[in-house]
Design a protein around this ligand. Structure first.
Ligand code: ASP
Length: 354
């Protein structure tokens, strides 16, 4: 056992080296006590928004709204709406690449940390902003997830305007895919060792405000040319995204089938709960993803034949992102402004299976 003097000397040294939390000021402590009494949890926040790289404009919009007092979930949904409504982004909302029948089917989910609520929609057709419909499920029903015809009916009842989401560019891409005898579809070929090229994209965005309240949202058109009715990870809480107001929020882009099996959003938050930094947590989740991958999706060295990314933010405003293969970036906005940062990676680009 250390005596008191040795303990104090050691603490001072560790603190100076940055290993111990800085002392909490009296007024912060009082605020903590008051917030805890209200059930709101202690204050530790620093506003920060983190997303997949395609959210570079959205993180700025969300950050400005959060620092202006807007709720974290409303702010990040505003951020992803920019991408959902952009007809040139073929991975989300309007202009998203369709399924094998040429129909755009959208998935989205969200979680609101402070009120511990969640909403989601899957295989939603004709509505450009599934993230808002997911939030409406959260705000106006006792359910958490609506899919297909029911999700569309609900959206119309809530006043969303239906529209044709298949842009001419996406229709042409689909026709080109259709017109080829293409072995790289989503059906398993039992005769061949098929090389699979997935066409995908999604936006995941996570945020924390100065009060330490967190939220998360993920929205997508899913894998291009997917089977009718296929749900990816994006509408699944704990996979495509997850927020726990005690810890932080996390989400993912990339091959959803793997992320569903790894429960990536939930797992990343749990790693952070156990002390990992956001980047460490994201890398550990990628490791788990490799672990749950079936052999047909691994090369002879056990390396995945797919790519996937994880993004995370903590309640105290730390953030990070990681990707399976070197090269991907993520978007972040904090007091230093909006920027792209390189994701940590599990495998070098040169290790990518051919
Ligand atoms: N995760 C999405 C899905 O599987 C696709 C992607 O992020 O690229 O639906």
């Amino acid at each position: 056992m250390l005596d008191r003097r040795a303990f104090l000397e050691k603490s001072a040294l560790l603190s100076a080296l940055g290993f111990l939390p800085r002392a909490v000021r009296a007024e912060e402590y009082e605020l903590d006590v008051a917030r805890t009494a209200l059930g709101a949890g202690p204050f530790r926040g620093r506003p920060c928004v983190v997303s997949s790289a395609n959210g570079i404009k959205g993180v700025k919009l969300a950050y400005d709204r959060i620092t202006g007092g807007t709720d974290t979930l409303d702010a990040i949904i505003g951020g992803v709406n920019l991408v959902e409504l952009d007809p040139n982004d073929q991975s989300v909302g309007l202009g998203g690449l369709p399924n094998e029948d040429g129909v755009v089917q959208l998935d989205a989910s969200c979680m609101h940390g402070p009120t511990r609520r969640a909403g989601a929609v899957g295989c939603l057709e004709d509505i450009a902003t599934p993230s808002l419909v997911a939030k409406a499920v959260m705000d106006y029903t006792t359910h958490v997830l609506l899919v297909g015809r029911g999700a569309r009916k609900f959206a119309l009842a809530m006043g969303f305007t239906p529209q044709n989401l298949l842009t001419e560019k996406s229709r042409q891409d689909w026709l080109r895919w259709k017109s080829r005898l293409n072995p790289n579809d989503n059906w398993l070929d039992h005769d061949d060792n098929v090389k699979i090229n997935w066409t995908h994209g999604t936006i995941n965005m996570n945020a924390v405000n100065a009060a330490g309240d967190v939220s998360s949202v993920t929205t997508t058109s899913g894998l291009a040319w997917k089977l009718d009715g296929r749900l990816g990870d994006s509408p699944i809480h704990g996979a495509g995204q997850y927020a726990d107001n005690d810890i932080g929020a996390a989400g993912s882009t990339g091959l959803g089938e793997i992320n569903i099996k790894a429960c990536g959003g939930f797992l990343t938050v749990e790693f952070m709960r156990n002390g990992a930094t956001p980047e460490e947590a994201a890398l550990k989740t990628l490791e788990r993803m490799v672990h749950v991958t079936e052999p047909r999706l691994l090369d002879d060295k056990g390396r995945p034949r797919y790519d996937i990314q994880v993004y995370a933010v903590t309640k105290d405003g730390r953030f990070g992102g990681a990707t399976m293969y070197e090269g991907a970036s993520f978007a972040v906005c904090d007091e230093k402004g909006a920027r792209l940062e390189k994701c940590a990676f599990r495998y070098k680009n040169t290790e990518r299976p051919r």
